[in-house]
Ligand binder design. Structure first.
Ligand SMILES: Nc1ncnc2c1ncn2[C@@H]1O[C@H](COP(=O)(O)OP(=O)(O)O)[C@@H](O)[C@H]1O
Ligand SMILES: [Mg+2]
Length: 331
């Protein structure tokens, strides 16, 4: 059997936090933003990663491409652990893994034209490519993402949010990556524009065989795009399953709560739907609850949840919960 494109094993990312009141000789406190996340991703698949703001989605994405230091293993399909590579060796893999970001305009250099922005990764990763070939390549990806050739000399501020995101996608695609990491690419866009950008990503995946990690804070956005969905909470995996299984049979109370917040198009179903509201606020990752990190907001929590972290149930449908599969009672 061939290797998956990406195999992530027990990845952890911590930040040192110094508060103004800390004395200079005390060690900094640790914030565990990503706390032991593992998954595999086969070629051509799309993995959706979902969770509330602050649960570690962006930190995980940045760790995978070495924008942040992490521990664990990030194995590429050739067996290389990306976390062990030096900057020069990593450069090669950085053209195979490209990323697009949430705020399309802010992630584009305002002083560069669209053509220059899209050509920039080619200058880094294909330094021997001639100017003519580079221009042809830029035009080709512009067309691919639905930008017009005559827009090549315009500046980012002349474009709408949706078009800026297309520019970001073109810049990512120009080096022909195998993996595209999309960090909340549509969260800042209007709903109608969201659908267009998601449609474009689906098209690219189909036509180019791209493998995609698609990050979102709500489940409805990832539903149609993802083959598999992973739900994170306070830097930990709560549940991971095929998209169909997760939506049809959510086993973790957190997933059930997230799903209950997704609007259903049919008004009859919507009216009869069970709403699960979670108690309290997201705890600080500086000071996570003992045992199961979700227990302070969990409608099913029992004393065991306070004392023991749940073991992860492995297999196709993974869950970290002492009471996985138990339905949360309606309010
Ligand atoms: N550079 C940083 N320094 C300190 N803490 C950070 C830094 N980046 C992120 N964090 C913290 O890590 C946690 C996860 O953040 P993030 O990955 O941005 O979450 P998400 O993308 O899911 O909203 C948050 O508590 C956030 O405050
Ligand atoms: Mg984020």
């Amino acid at each position: 059997m061939s290797r998956p494109l990406l195999e992530v094993r027990d990845v952890r990312v911590s930040f040192d936090i110094r508060r103004p009141s800390d004395l200079p000789w005390t060690p900094p406190a640790q914030l565990h933003a990503v706390n032991g996340v593992s998954f595999t991703l086969a070629r051509g698949q799309t993995l959706g990663i979902v969770g509330e703001s602050g649960c570690g989605k962006s930190t995980l994405a940045r760790a995978l491409i070495r924008m942040l230091p992490a521990t664990g293993q990030v194995l590429w399909e050739d067996g290389t652990d990306l976390l062990t590579l030096g900057p020069r060796q990593m450069l090669r893999y950085r053209s195979e893994i490209q990323m697009i970001f949430q705020d399309p305009l802010a992630s584009l250099n305002p002083r560069m034209t669209v053509g220059e922005i899209i050509a920039e990764p080619l200058r880094t990763h294909r330094p021997k490519m001639g100017a003519k070939e580079r221009r042809a390549k830029v035009r080709e990806v512009m067309e691919r993402v639905g930008l017009l050739p005559n827009q090549i000399n315009r500046y980012p501020h002349e474009f709408s949010g949706g078009q800026c995101q297309r520019i970001g996608i073109a810049r990512a695609l120009v080096v022909e990556p195998k993996l595209l990491i999309c960090d909340e690419p549509v969260s800042a866009l209007d709903v109608s524009i969201q659908a267009q950008v998601i449609g474009l990503l689906e098209e690219l995946r189909r036509d180019l065989g791209l493998t995609i990690i698609f990050i979102a804070h709500d489940l409805s956005v990832v539903k149609h795009l993802s083959d598999e969905v992973m739900v994170l909470y306070l830097g930990r995996m709560m549940e991971k399953a095929s998209s169909d299984a997760l939506f049809a049979d959510p086993r973790h109370p957190y997933t059930q709560a997230l799903l209950s917040a997704v609007p259903v198009p049919d008004p009859k179903v919507e009216r009869g739907k069970k709403i699960i509201s979670l108690a309290g606020d997201l705890p600080s990752p500086m000071n996570p609850p003992s045992g199961c990190v979700f227990r302070t907001r969990c409608p099913l929590a029992q004393p065991v949840c306070e004392t023991q972290p749940p073991e992860e149930l492995r297999g196709d449908h993974r869950t970290s919960c002492h009471f996985a599969g138990m339905p949360v009672p309606a309010e």
